[in-house]
Design a protein around this ligand. Structure first.
Ligand code: PGA
Length: 249
């Protein structure tokens, strides 16, 4: 049985005052059935982890440098993120692929560093609208999985997030059939590469305009084990409703 995961990605949003949202979320869901994760900006990892310690909300990071330490001005290593209280790191979000020119090879190196630091990694994959229109979605996903996911993973340490680029922050979502097709495909690729044990244990999240109003139908899709939520994770009322839908799925 895969433990469902509701992961929030705050992106470049959040100041100290916003930590109150975590208190509100915990008050709404003191004992969720699903695992709950928030990845705030790096500046809030330590205070959020301190505030959430011992409770149902884990804290994660949005990216890391592939090396453990060294002359890399402005970067953070996985060990530093772990030291600050992070338990997960997102690797290869499409905004990092686009804004920071991160390619599959960079993301694989980051993911490897995350795992070496003893953390869990959420590797993101997803097609652009042009790629979907050209019927290239599954080829793109296959290439990103092969290129971005390192070899040494366990069913618990790896999470894959399918996030169609055109659905992120746009209010548009694929149909449930389209989500199911990609999630079933990802599951089959993981089983082919890592075998049944690992391949069937990896959690697959859907991401891209998940909201309280569409969460339940998305969580009913085969091989959807949770969500990676951007905008709707910033407010406890919205994210709490998404967690409730996942708990009920
Ligand atoms: P969104 O972002 O929920 O705001 O569309 C999702 C993501 O980028 O992870």
């Amino acid at each position: 049985m895969r433990v469902k995961l509701a992961a929030g990605n705050w992106k470049m949003n959040g100041l100290t005052a916003d930590l109150a949202e975590v208190d509100a979320l915990i008050a709404m869901h003191p004992e969720p059935r699903s695992e709950v994760l928030i990845c705030p900006p790096a500046t809030l990892i330590a205070p959020m982890a301190a505030r959430a310690a011992g409770g149902p909300v884990a804290v994660g990071a949005q990216a890391c440098h592939p090396e453990a330490a060294g002359a890399h001005t402005g970067d953070l290593s996985a060990a530093m993120l772990a030291d600050a209280g992070a338990r997960y790191v997102i690797a290869g979000h499409s905004e990092r692929r686009a804004d920071h020119c991160e390619c599959d090879e960079d993301i694989r190196a980051q993911a490897r560093a995350v795992l070496q630091a003893g953390l869990r990694v959420i590797v993101c994959v997803g097609e652009t609208e042009t790629e979907r229109d050209a019927s290239n979605t599954l080829d793109i996903i296959s290439g990103q999985l092969a290129g971005s996911v390192p070899d040494l993973v366990t069913g618990e340490s790896l999470v894959i997030a399918y996030e169609p680029v055109w659905a992120i922050g746009t209010g548009r979502t694929p149909t449930t059939d389209q989500i199911g097709e990609v999630h079933d495909f990802i599951r089959a690729r993981l089983v082919a590469r890592f075998g049944d044990g690992v391949g069937r244990s990896v959690r697959l999240l859907y991401g891209g305009s998940v909201k309280p109003g569409n969460a339940a139908e998305i969580f009913a899709v085969s091989n959807v084990d949770g969500a990676l939520v951007g905008g709707a994770s910033l407010k406890a009322s919205d994210f709490g409703a998404i967690i409730a839908a996942l708990d009920a799925a």
